[in-house]
Design a binder for this molecule. Structure first.
Ligand code: UDP
Ligand code: MG
Length: 307
């Protein structure tokens, strides 16, 4: 059996379009298929539209709907899908048709060749805005400098995971879930197929800039402690220069007598160090906040009911 995991958040326009393409794409597959739809606290007609699809699904396709009690975010939705999927292979896919369902048979083919993870890599992102492409590119650069294992560039959540990889994923207990990183962290034998990323067909993106910024911080703080560690090195470096400079000033004062006080240089150095300290504390805060959330050990999502 193959499980397809579809997160929906205010996508009522997309539901019929998405299922039409999905059903078309999986017509060529004879296996049993379960489509796990997660209604992530949508405030529009998404749930009703999903229920309608149950009646028109092909015979080998079973539609399961997990109705969340509120919006928990895409990462939580994917986690729920992965927890409840029973297929031998699991495929998370965006439901705005930016991840083409037509690629699913190709993913499955690679899986049958023996790969445990098959990534769908975007070879063309021209449908995304320039800012989004650039910021994504910087994110991958910075993230991969700071953390290992590296996450492959331009690969989203759209991929196929073998049951073995899914079981490994289910052992990762963290609340702050950066799925792309987690998927990658578990390893396994990996293949890639490429596709061209389309624009969204209807509705609009749920990831505004502020949300993406936090998402990037989640990614980096989940997989790297480098931002925590650089401060001690920076501190050493600054102390070293301060020591040399102060020796110089002491000697100069002893030899030439008291100088006219340097108000400007004093203020600049103070402000510079003050700023640096605040940044350091801010970084501590980013990690501390996340540790705080983790220690509460709250569930990642709450399902109102399964339909
Ligand atoms: N999504 C979700 N919960 C959220 C935000 C998004 O389940 O809180 C789903 C959304 O319905 C879509 C997928 O995640 O299927 C990707 O969202 P979107 O297209 O808005 O992201 P983008 O493509 O702009 O990165
Ligand atoms: Mg999208």
């Amino acid at each position: 059996m193959i499980s397809i995991i579809c997160p929906f958040y205010n996508e009522d326009q997309m539901v019929p379009l998405f299922f039409k393409e999905l059903f078309d794409a999986i017509r060529v597959i004879d296996d049993e298929i379960e489509v796990i739809c997660i209604n992530d606290g949508s405030r529009d007609q998404t749930l009703n539209k999903l229920i309608e699809q149950k009646n028109i699904a092909p015979a080998n396709v079973k539609i399961r709907i997990l109705d969340f009690s509120r919006n928990f975010g895409k990462e939580a939705a994917l986690t729920a899908g992965i927890d409840l999927a029973i297929g031998d292979a699991v495929i998370p896919i965006d439901t705005d048709l930016q991840d083409p369902p037509q690629l699913i048979p190709e993913l499955i083919k690679k899986w049958r060749e023996g790969f445990e993870v098959v990534l769908a890599k975007r070879c063309d992102r021209s449908s995304d805005t320039l800012i989004k492409r650039k910021t994504a590119q910087w994110f991958y650069k910075i993230h991969n400098k700071l953390s290992s294992p590296h996450i492959p560039e331009n690969v989203g959540d759209f991929r196929l995971l073998d049951r073995a990889a899914v079981e490994a994923l289910k052992q990762l207990p963290e609340r702050e879930r950066f799925m792309k990183g987690l998927f990658n962290w578990v390893g396994f034998k990996t293949a890639q197929v490429t596709y061209i990323r389309n624009g969204r067909e209807a509705g609009k993106s749920k990831f505004a800039m502020a949300k993406l910024w936090n998402f990037a911080l989640d990614g980096i703080t989940s997989f790297s402690t480098v931002p925590l560690k650089i401060w001690s090195y920076l501190g050493f470096l600054i102390s070293f220069f301060a020591f040399i400079y102060s020796s110089f000033i002491i000697v100069r004062t002893l030899v030439y007598g008291i100088d006219i006080p340097g108000y400007a240089s004093l203020l600049v150095v103070m402000l510079f160090l003050g700023g640096l300290q605040l940044i350091g504390i801010g970084v501590l805060g980013e990690y501390l906040g996340r540790i705080y959330i983790e220690t509460k050990n709250r569930p990642i999502y709450i399902i109102r009911k399964e339909l």
